[in-house]
Design a protein around this ligand. Structure first.
Ligand code: F6P
Length: 366
């Protein structure tokens, strides 16, 4: 019997999503002869049954496109804003899955998407996910598609900031995405030769950062690049966050954590100002923001997304559901959704990349 699959993209968009849609679509449709339907705007489109045909024609010419032809959203099946209320729409989603005669739903997303996919699996659906995010923070996969492209963009930005920082004898504090993980700031910081790298996993002391900058100035280099990850925290902020995490069930504390995440940019501006005062050098903040998620995917991301997408088709063909397709070396591997859900892959403070950065004299402000 012909298998029917649905596909959606969920969470923040990522370069390589279209390459993955194409990989899943072509392998399922052309290679295995399956029927394939796209759902628009993530789980919301599945809930509202807004579909898009994904025939050979639609899948053609999308490999190199940024964004996602399906559209995306951060909606969760069990907590969806509908007519001014936040409702559990799982039942409607399950009904739409069956109404479309699906054998499996493929969800392209990051850690949050895995949690949502697991909930749908627990509601009786067959689900497979592919790991995408520029943050590279999905557990149990070597890497995620989108990361390589964002790494290239952030590195290019640091290269460009270097020449202007040099000319004006300034500090440039460049904020790099990554949410609560420091992979992107660390990778781009090393590749771009940042003088200071601040990541959420290594709490910093602003006086130590200032001292590193002053030491450069004494050596005749009165300019510095500080690559700061969105979630980087000073030591007291880090301790407060740990405490909040320990009391996670407390609703009020949870709201405080959400509040803290809204102020990434404010923290970056404050850091630049503090460094100006502590070093006597002018400082300028640069927030790279969504530039890091836009545009053409890199060759490495197209390759990874295609590998994961076609591997998903093989798993579905073999009726192997309830898993995320992980990148493992040159190969791929199915990992149970239960094992991935709720885990975040952060940078171990003793990770080889951290050692590399320290080896070339980069300060982490610790
Ligand atoms: O998870 C990807 C990411 O780009 C994070 O790095 C960032 O913190 C977040 O999404 C931004 O989300 P939004 O696009 O909803 O503002």
């Amino acid at each position: 019997m012909t298998q029917s699959i649905g596909i959606l993209t969920s969470g923040g968009d990522t370069p390589g999503l279209n390459a993955a849609i194409r990989g899943v679509g072509k392998a399922c449709h052309t290679h295995y002869g399956m029927r394939i339907i796209g759902f628009r705007d993530g789980f919301r489109g599945l809930m509202e049954n807004r579909t898009m045909s994904l025939d050979g024609e639609t899948l053609s010419g999308i490999l190199t496109l940024g964004g996602t032809i399906l559209g995306t959203s951060r909606d969760k099946p069990h907590k969806m804003p509908v007519n001014g209320k936040v409702l559990d729409m799982t039942e409607t989603i399950v009904a739409n899955y069956h109404a479309n005669g699906l054998d499996c739903l493929v969800c392209l997303g990051g850690g949050g998407t895995v949690k949502n996919a697991l909930r749908l699996q627990q509601a009786g659906l067959n689900v497979v996910t592919l790991p995408k995010t520029i943050d590279n923070d999905v557990a149990l996969t070597d890497t995620t598609f989108g990361f390589d492209t964002a790494l290239g963009i952030a590195t290019d930005a640091i290269d460009r900031l270097h020449s202007t920082a040099h000319s004006h004898h300034r500090i440039i504090v460049v904020e790099i995405m990554g949410h609560r993980a420091g992979w992107l700031a660390l990778g781009a910081g090393i590749a771009g030769g940042a003088d200071v790298i601040l990541i959420p996993e290594i709490p910093y002391d602003v006086d130590i950062v200032a001292e590193a900058i002053k030491a450069r100035k004494r050596k005749g280099k009165p300019f510095s690049i500080v690559a700061v990850a969105e979630g980087a925290l000073t030591k007291p902020e880090f301790e407060a966050q740990q405490e909040a995490a320990a009391k996670k069930k407390d609703k009020k504390t949870k709201d405080m954590v959400v509040e803290a995440e809204l102020i990434y940019a404010e923290r970056t501006l404050k850091l630049a100002r503090q460094l100006e005062l502590l070093t006597g050098l002018e400082a300028r903040p640069t927030i790279l923001g969504h530039l890091q998620r836009g545009g053409t995917p890199s060759a490495a991301d197209r390759l990874l997304a295609s590998r994961l997408g076609t591997a998903a088709a093989d798993l579905i063909h073999n009726k192997q559901y309830g898993c995320m397709v992980a990148a493992r070396g040159e190969a791929t591997e199915p990992v149970a959704l239960q094992a991935v859900a709720g885990q975040v892959k952060t940078v171990p403070p003793d990770h080889p990349w951290v050692a590399t950065a320290r080896g070339v004299g980069t300060s982490f402000g610790d």
